[in-house]
Structure formats: C-alpha cells, structure tokens
Design a protein around this ligand. Structure first.
Ligand SMILES: C[S@@+](CC[C@H](N)C(=O)[O-])C[C@H]1O[C@@H](n2cnc3c(N)ncnc32)[C@H](O)[C@@H]1O
Length: 267
C-alpha cells in the first residue's frame, strides 16, 4: 500500500529515479483486467484516425500497458515509439508486444525511460499522450513539452488528453465493472478526493473466490489539475499552436509550428 501523505508523487515524480520506477507496482496487475476493454474502444475512437494518417511515426508518451502502442502497428504502416519509464507497466507492454506477429512488433521501439530522458529526435508526426499528464507534477509536465517537440517532425501533431481542470468539490467513487477469470472475480474502485490543489486518487482492488474475498490491495496516486488554457500556454512556449477543438474536447490537439530545417524552439 502506498502512503498517501506526505505526497510521494511516485507517479510523475519530478525527482524520477527509483521512486518513479516503483509506481504502479500494485495497479499493473489489475490495470488491463479491469480497464482494457473500455479503454481500447476509447483510444480507437479518440486517436484511431490520427494514427491511421501518420506518415513518419507514432509516439506514445506514457505507454503504460500499451493501449495506444498496440493499436498503432495495426492501424498504420509507420514505426511506433512507446515511452514507458515504469517497470511494472512496461512488463505487460513487453508481453503484449511479444505476442504480436514479427512483422508488426519489428516496427515498435520501447524506450524504458521518461520522455525527457529517452529524448528521441524527429521520430514521429503523431504523438499521443493519453491518460498521462494528469498524473504528472506540474514540474514534470512542463519538462515533457520540449521533449515532445524534439521528438516530432515539423508540422507534427500532439494529442493530449487533458487533466481535470480543477479538483472535484466532493469525494467521488467509480466502481470498475467486475471481471471473471476462471473461478475468481476481480473488482476495484477508484475514489477521487480533493486535497488542496491536487486530487488524491485511491485505488482499491480485490479478488473474490467462491468462499469470499481472497485478497485486497490498495494504491494511491496523485493528480494535478490543469485547465485547457494553462496547458495551451505551456505548449505555446514549446513551439506548438492549438488546432481547432476536436469532437471530444477532453483531447487537446496542437501542431508543431517550426519550419522544416529549423531547430525547434525546444532546442
Ligand atoms: C496512468 S498511466 C497511463 C498509461 C496509458 N497511456 C494508458 O492510458 O493506459 C501513465 C503512464 O505514464 C508514465 N509516465 C509518467 N511520467 C512519464 C514521462 N515523463 N514520460 C513518459 N511516460 C511517463 C507512467 O509510468 C505511466 O505508465
């Protein structure tokens, strides 16, 4: 169990290092069991068209267990770069990649670092940051944009799922639909509560057998709200310009504005 206080900010820690490597140690086991079906459909709807239109490469920032990464080699013909610093999330990602046909997985490169550490240059014309920046301390979030800029070619597009604009007024609970695997039922809930300018998200997981609860686990993450205007302002500073609002306004689209041959503002 992760102690919620003082702020461990293990996810997206501005300090990085071992602390960040251990984040998701509990949640990784339950992540795909409880969320994959719903999230797979969601990322297809949100980013499928953009990925299909990629001509240089696709960059998945904070790839996790591979929601966007796995969709990309099937939905495009270009190389895919998955950036995932956390070992516990990267393990299922690697297992899923290993099960792909060789011609598909040959196109996927996994960077086992934060994006600003991996620092790939001009590898993509489509970058996706899904369900990631809400979990980043503002210092880490702002460090991400210049690295995304360096990873994109001129004119490339970045798609960012925006964090909540502000903390919730009250505690809110979301129950994950229970999933059966063999004789066991897997369940979980997420409880989001305001804590100053942050959101504390507590994840409770359980596994039930015929005789009752077999085991229970808990993990706490922190989220940092940021409004659309704030994120757009940060991205402008890294050389991006906002594109028209998308059908789903939870995703912000911005374009790299620097010209071919120029060094991006991000350096
Ligand atoms: C909540 S998970 C979401 C994973 C995946 N995008 C999804 O939607 O299923 C956020 C991921 O971002 C990763 N992450 C955190 N900071 C990062 C950084 N600076 N660069 C790249 N990935 C990062 C974490 O390790 C974590 O796996």
């Amino acid at each position: 169990m992760r102690n919620p206080s003082p702020p461990s900010v293990a996810n997206g820690s501005p300090l990085g290092g071992e602390e960040a490597v251990d984040a998701y140690a509990i949640s990784a086991e339950f992540y795909d069991v409880l969320q994959a079906e719903r999230d797979d459909a969601r990322v297809r709807r949100l980013y499928g068209g953009d990925v299909a239109g990629a001509r240089v490469g696709v960059l998945d920032v904070g790839a996790g267990t591979g929601r966007v990464t796995l969709m990309s080699p099937a939905g495009s013909r270009v190389p895919v770069h998955a950036v995932e610093p956390t070992r516990s999330m990267r393990a299922p990602l690697m297992t899923r990649l290993a099960s792909l046909p060789a011609d598909r997985r040959r196109r996927v490169t996994v960077h086992p670092h934060r994006l600003d550490e991996a620092d790939p240059r001009a590898v993509a014309d489509v970058a996706v940051c899904h369900n990631t920046i809400a979990c980043l301390h503002p210092v880490s979030r702002r460090a991400l944009w210049p690295a995304v800029a360096r990873a994109l070619v001129p004119g490339g597009v970045l798609l960012v799922q925006l964090p909540p604009a502000r903390p919730p007024r009250h505690e809110t609970t979301y129950e994950f639909p229970a999933q059966r695997i063999g004789r066991h039922e897997y369940g979980g809930r997420m409880v989001a509560s305001p804590q100053g300018d942050r959101i504390r998200t507590g994840f409770d997981y359980w596994v039930r057998g015929e005789g009752g609860v077999l085991r229970e686990h808990h993990e706490t993450f922190w989220m940092w709200p940021a409004g659309r205007a704030e994120v757009v302002g940060e991205l402008r500073g890294a050389g991006f310009a906002p594109l028209p609002e998308r059908a789903d306004p939870s995703v912000l689209a911005v374009r790299a504005t620097w010209a071919a041959g120029a060094v991006s503002q991000a350096g």
